[in-house]
Design a protein around this ligand. Structure first.
Ligand code: ADP
Ligand code: MG
Length: 354
């Protein structure tokens, strides 16, 4: 664990970005890389703060990266913009509809994860999410009959996708909220790959989705700090995950949006099989893999599944994961062991038992 030697204070002093995850910049550039300029920007897209760092021999195109994210939101995924493809599908009332190749490609991957996770990730539970409205103005514990009522319209098996044609059972609707930031990162990657001047980039969406692209001028790893799910303040980090080259990291935790009633924490990650916030014993899951959509959906699915079943699912996707539980244990998949360094003494690293 190479960062154990790093003193926590010195480590935090090197941070440029705070949030759920923060990213630690490299400190020096090699002389031969002096033509590479670094541009940083902070913007707002996909309902969250977006931090961008660009290493390029050309112009500052950070604002273009933000507009790629905004386009994905507006044209494809938005639940509220009537012109978005998802809105049109949801208004189709069970009728067959043609969607773009881009959206059908994303949906195919999402439905595969829904199947592979046995429905722990389910893109059709929008009505349930709105019923609870965790983090919103109307958040409350709904009645059991209300939950039963919305669950009868949900279920990823109610969605049929054949090429670019989609149909859903009447009453069923799609909500790709838990995949949106990952899809946004994938779209940014596709755009960056057309930009010959850009040698490396880092995009951080609200701290929970991070994409690294290429290699920093000094060739060092990208170091992403992961929040301690039970920290008293946002500056307390559980540890550091090293990313190399083009990789995606996503974190799902019960500390992002929640309320506590009668000592029970009601958070925003739902178990589609019960209609209640997931209770798998974990407080946070971080996943690293080579696509944004998979990182984002897998972290949500793994939160619902818990350590054992979640780590099995990650194997199937060749993804690395870390799970944090209520008892301050940290579970690392084999690949994550190579990347992670613990910063908090109050946590211990444990083996995953299958
Ligand atoms: P965040 O969006 O906070 O980064 P996630 O990617 O884990 O975190 O997504 C959580 C959001 O996904 C919730 O706010 C809700 O809209 C939606 N969601 C919650 N549970 C599920 C689930 N089991 N399957 C699919 N989407 C979910
Ligand atoms: Mg997610």
């Amino acid at each position: 664990m190479k960062y154990h030697a790093l003193k926590k204070k010195a480590f935090l002093a090197a941070a440029v970005f705070t949030g759920t995850t923060m990213v630690i910049p490299s400190m020096c550039l090699a002389a031969s890389d002096k033509d590479i300029q670094t541009y940083t920007d902070t913007d707002f897209a996909m309902d969250t703060v977006v931090s961008e760092t660009l290493y390029t021999t050309g112009d500052d195109i950070n604002s273009k990266l933000t507009s790629v994210l905004t386009d994905v939101e507006t044209n494809l995924l938005s639940w509220t913009n009537e012109d978005s493809q998802i809105c049109k599908v949801n208004a189709s009332d069970g009728k067959d509809m043609e969607i773009s190749g881009e959206l059908s490609g994303y949906l195919e991957r999402i439905l595969k994860i829904a199947r592979d996770s046995d429905g722990a990730f389910d893109p059709t539970i929008g009505k349930l999410i709105r019923l609870w409205d965790i983090g919103g103005e109307d958040q409350r514990i709904p009645g059991e009959d209300e939950i039963r009522n919305v669950l009868k319209d949900s279920g990823y098996e109610k969605v049929s996708l054949a090429g670019n044609n989609i149909s859903m059972d009447e009453g069923c609707s799609l909500d790709l909220g838990a995949a949106g930031k990952g899809i946004g990162c994938d779209a940014v990657l596709e755009y960056l790959e057309t930009q010959k001047d850009v040698t490396a980039a880092l995009i951080n969406l609200g701290g929970s989705s991070v994409m690294t692209y290429g290699s920093k001028p000094d060739g060092s790893s990208w170091n992403v700090a992961v929040t301690d799910p039970r920290a008293e303040n946002d500056e307390e980090y559980l540890g550091v995950v090293a990313l190399n080259g083009t990789e995606f990291l996503s974190t799902s935790g019960d500390y992002e949006k929640y309320f506590i009633e009668d000592g029970v924490r009601y958070h925003h990650i739902m178990d589609p099989s019960t209609g209640y916030p997931a209770k798998s014993g974990v407080t946070g899951v971080t996943v690293v893999c080579d696509t944004g959509l998979e990182a984002d959906t897998l972290s949500t699915a793994c939160f619902v599944l818990g350590v054992e079943k979640g780590s099995e699912l990650l194997k199937k996707y060749n993804a690395d994961g870390l799970f944090v539980d209520e008892d301050h244990h940290v579970y690392l998949t084999d690949g994550m062991k190579e990347r992670f360094s613990l910063l908090q003494d109050s946590y211990s690293v444990e083996d995953i038992t299958q």
